[in-house]
Ligand binder design. Structure first.
Ligand code: GLU
Length: 289
C-alpha cells in the first residue's frame, strides 16, 4: 500500500487536513506500506513558501513521517506538458478563451435568468469554444479543455474502487457513464492560462508517478474522481483505489476552509493542544486503534 497526503501551500493546515494526513499515514503504516507527501503548488499565483514550511512543521509535530522527499508540482511542468501534448494529438483538447462572466452568460442564455449549473470542476461549461476552429499546434498561454464529445477510446461505463472508512470493509465498485459526464461535469479544464496543467491533470499524473495505490482524501472531491478516472484511461495510467473520507466540520456543521484560521493546527498547538488531542478531535482515537 502506498498512500499520500497532497496539500496545497495556500494557507494553514486545519483539522480536516490533519484527519486526511493521519488517516493516510496510519493506513500505510498499519499495512507496512509507504506514506508519501506531495506539495500541490501548481498554482504559483497562490502558493507561498511560508505555507509549505508550515506544512512540514505541522506534520512533523503530528508525528507524521514520509518515506521519500516530497514531490513538488512546480518541478513537473515538463511532465504536464508532455501529457497535454499527447491529449492534444489525440484531438480531445481545444483552447478556451472564455472568462467566468462569458460562461455565466452563455450558460444562462437558453433560459434567461436561470441559475448556471455547477459540477466538480466549477461552472458546467456550455461548450462555447468547442465549435471554434482548432489550431494545428497546441497553443501556449491559453486554457485548454477536454472535449468530452471527442473521446472515443474510453469505455462507455467507467469505474473505480471505493474503500470504506472502517478498516476491513470490502471496497465497492463505483460505476458511472462517460455520457453522464457531459451533463454533470462538462468539458473540464486540463490546462490553465496562468500555468501549465490543472489540478485534475496534475493529480492523476502525480499519483501515477508516486505509485500511489490508495488515494485517501475528503468526500468533497468524490465527484472529481470521475474526471480523474477518465484522464487515467486517456493517458494510459492505472486507477488507484480511493477512499473519500468524511469531512471534519465546525460546531455549526460547516465545512472547514483554509481561511478558518481558528481551526488551524498551529493555532491548537499554540493553545497547548497535543497531537493526541488533535487525534481525539477528529475521531482518530488512539485507544480504539
Ligand atoms: N491539493 C488538494 C487540496 O489541498 C488535494 C487534492 C487531493 O488529495 O487529491 O485540497
Amino acid at each position: 500500500m502506498i498512500t499520500r497526503f497532497a496539500p496545497s501551500p495556500t494557507g494553514p493546515l486545519h483539522l480536516g487536513h490533519a484527519y486526511s494526513a493521519m488517516l493516510a499515514h496510519d493506513m500505510a503504516r498499519a499495512d507496512g506500506g509507504q506514506f508519501l507527501l506531495r506539495i500541490e503548488d501548481i498554482d504559483q499565483t497562490r502558493a507561498r513558501p511560508h505555507w509549505e514550511e508550515q506544512i512540514y512543521e505541522d506534520l512533523d509535530w503530528l508525528g507524521i513521517t514520509w518515506d521519500a522527499p516530497p514531490l513538488r508540482q512546480s518541478d513537473r511542468s515538463q511532465v504536464y506538458h508532455e501529457a497535454l501534448k499527447a491529449l492534444w494529438d489525440k484531438g480531445v483538447l481545444y483552447p478556451c478563451t472564455c472568462n467566468r462572466r462569458d460562461i455565466i452568460t452563455a450558460a444562462s442564455a437558453p433560459q434567461e435568468g436561470a441559475e448556471p449549473a455547477y459540477g466538480p470542476d466549477g461552472l458546467i461549461y456550455p461548450g462555447t469554444c468547442r465549435q471554434r476552429e482548432r489550431p494545428a499546434d497546441m497553443p501556449a498561454q491559453t486554457a485548454l479543455r477536454l472535449d468530452l464529445s471527442a473521446v472515443s477510446d474510453a469505455p462507455e461505463t467507467l469505474s473505480f474502487l471505493e474503500m470504506g472508512e472502517v478498516t476491513n470493509d470490502t471496497p465497492k465498485t463505483v460505476r458511472f457513464q462517460l455520457e453522464d459526464l457531459k451533463t454533470q461535469v462538462g468539458d473540464f479544464i486540463v490546462s490553465r492560462r496562468e500555468f501549465l496543467g490543472s489540478y485534475h491533470l496534475s493529480v492523476v499524473l502525480d499519483d501515477a508517478a508516486q505509485g500511489i495505490t490508495h488515494v485517501i482524501r475528503g468526500r468533497d472531491i468524490f465527484d472529481a474522481t470521475k474526471i480523474h478516472v477518465l484522464l487515467q484511461q486517456l493517458l494510459g495510467l492505472p486507477t488507484p483505489t480511493y477512499l473519500h473520507h468524511r469531512l471534519i466540520r465546525d460546531e455549526a456543521g460547516k465545512r472547514l476552509a483554509k481561511r478558518d484560521d481558528a481551526r488551524a493546527i498551529s493555532k491548537f498547538r499554540a493553545d497547548g493542544a497535543t497531537p493526541a488531542d488533535i487525534r481525539r478531535m477528529v475521531g482518530l482515537d488512539i485507544a480504539s486503534r
